[in-house]
Design a protein around this ligand. Structure first.
Ligand code: SF4
Ligand code: SF4
Ligand code: SF4
Length: 485
């Protein structure tokens, strides 16, 4: 047999311009069908790339620092199972939420959305606030009981909405959570009612929830773009009134590229100086619900915010001060804590090798450091979604972790005013949704039928719309509540 002559020159193998990192599952941003997805590394960035048979290819930026993304794998702590699950494995993740028995972590923080209405109408609102439902006191009490059945000893409940402060029973709901022994109860608010309503402020001062205050920046233009109106004076008034009654506040900033990403350093510095503020939480804008037009290849990610803080705080922070949170999937959140006293600012990772204690892959021993288990336990509690900025517990854990390196004394009530938390959280949207992350989610939304649905599933997969539609059309008490009782 004679070989066939080539008709052209030798074929040349072509190199790709990306590294194929892993295969996972995601959803189609258009029809929400569950589809395969690839994580690829390209130009030191990380993208999620996927194809829906009906709607074609999609690609979204999930991290603008591939080195940081890959290195975060070391901070993946083994999960802790909840006492009960609420659903069965049936259609596969993320269609069985939840939690179903395939979930890999219990819930550190549960949200209860008490209503869908709001006293603002922001152009950026992942909850797509508007007409819909308002939960009854009885429903909320049953949801709190259900949380205790699921978790045994839950740590944090956050009341959210819509705008929870316009619910007439919101402070009774906070009291109901506290009466059940839940140590940290938060209200997630835009601040409008606190800024205006003296009687409400007086009640807040009595009940003392932690206030999770939407606070996107210090420039009027930021509010005009993100909230549709200039809210700066109202936000500052709200904060000063909370300082006046000594109620702790965490500032929560939605960060959008080209709008307020230049303000992240100023926000940290402002927060550390303000007497009411115990921490700042930065959340790159989540493109679910209502949002401005956006390019999924240019979205903000955790490293963008982190680099912004480093560049805009004049040497106060370095990249290594921020460490991934191990209780959830470690690409979901990074934290740091600082001791601050006037001009002194000491990030905890400068006095302790936090990254070594929280490295679960090499699990290296640190023989030169005494009390390893105590320090590790304290750090795991600080680097957790259940850590609440400004709590005496966080101050005690900070003090325990520092040990002799920084003699802070034992008075947690005094110390908590000097401990400042910075958290960066990147909630997923239908472009960036990664089943691998949501399977280890530790932030859940309680719904009246007894399910606890991982927050990013709730926002991206269609659960929010289903729950809202059922709640909006229900007769009171008509939903069956799952319970072992
Ligand atoms: S996210 Fe968790 S609860 Fe939801 S389907 Fe996946 S494994 Fe189950
Ligand atoms: S983002 Fe918050 S304050 Fe703005 S409309 Fe939505 S729920 Fe209301
Ligand atoms: S809410 Fe989303 S970003 Fe946060 S831990 Fe859960 S999956 Fe991760």
């Amino acid at each position: 047999m004679t070989a066939r002559p080539r008709t052209s020159g030798p074929a040349v193998e072509r190199e790709t311009d990306f590294i194929f990192h892993e295969l996972t599952r995601s959803i189609c941003p258009v029809c929400k069908r569950v589809i395969d997805a690839q994580i690829i590394l390209q130009d030191n960035k990380v993208y999620l790339r996927k194809r829906c048979p009906t709607h074609g290819w999609f690609k979204g930026l999930i991290s603008s620092d591939a080195q940081m993304y890959v290195a975060s794998a070391a901070y993946n702590k083994p999960g802790t199972m909840p006492l009960q699950f609420s659903t069965e494995v049936n259609e596969g993740c993320p269609l069985d939420c939840g939690l179903c028995p395939e979930h890999k972590q219990h819930t550190c923080l549960a949200l209860i959305e008490v209503n869908s209405g709001c006293n603002l109408n922001c152009p950026i609102c992942f909850a797509n606030a508007g007409e819909g439902f308002s939960l009854t006191m009885d429903e909320v009490e049953r949801m709190l009981d259900r949380f205790i059945e699921l978790e045994g000893d839950p740590e944090v409940v956050q009341f959210s909405g819509g705008e929870p402060t316009i619910h007439p029973r919101i402070l009774d709901m906070v009291r109901a959570a506290m009466a059940r022994g839940i140590p940290h109860v938060m209200i997630n608010t835009n601040g409008l009612r606190i800024a205006k309503d003296d009687r409400f402020l007086k009640e807040i001062a009595e009940v003392r929830p932690t206030i999770y205050l939407q606070f996107d920046g210090l420039e009027r233009e930021t509010y005009r773009k993100i909230r549709g109106e200039d809210l700066l004076d109202m936000k500052l008034r709200c904060l000063d009134r909370l300082a006046g009654v000594d109620v702790d506040v965490a500032l929560v900033a939605a960060v959008e590229r080209g709008i307020n990403d230049h303000e992240v350093g100023a926000l940290v510095k402002f927060g550390m100086q303000h007497p009411a503020v115990r921490g700042v939480v930065f959340q790159p804008v989540t493109h679910t619900g209502r949002h401005l037009p956006f390019d999924p290849l240019q979205r903000m990610t955790i490293p963008d915010v982190l680099h912004g803080i480093v560049q805009q705080t004049g040497g106060m922070f370095v990249e290594k001060d921020f460490v991934p949170v191990p209780c959830c999937f470690p690409t979901c959140q990074v934290n740091t804590y600082v001791y601050t006293d006037g001009d002194t600012v000491i990030p905890l990772p400068r006095v302790l090798p936090v990254e070594q204690y929280l490295d679960y892959i090499t699990n290296r021993t640190l023989p030169q450091i005494p009390s390893l288990p105590d320090i590790q336990t304290a750090l795991e509690k600080l680097w957790s979604a259940s850590a609440v900025a400004g709590s005496s517990k966080a101050a005690s854990q900070f003090s325990c972790a520092c040990g002799v390196s920084l003699d802070l004394g034992t008075d947690a009530t005094h110390l908590k005013k000097h401990i400042f938390q910075i958290a960066l959280k990147d909630f997923m949207d239908p472009y960036t949704f990664n089943v691998k992350q949501v399977m280890k989610c530790c932030v859940g939304v309680l719904v009246p039928d007894g399910r606890l649905i991982p927050f990013c599933s709730y926002n991206s997969v269609g659960y929010r719309e289903q729950v809202r539609s059922q709640l909006s059309s229900r007769r009171e008490g008509a939903w069956h509540v799952r319970s072992s009782k």
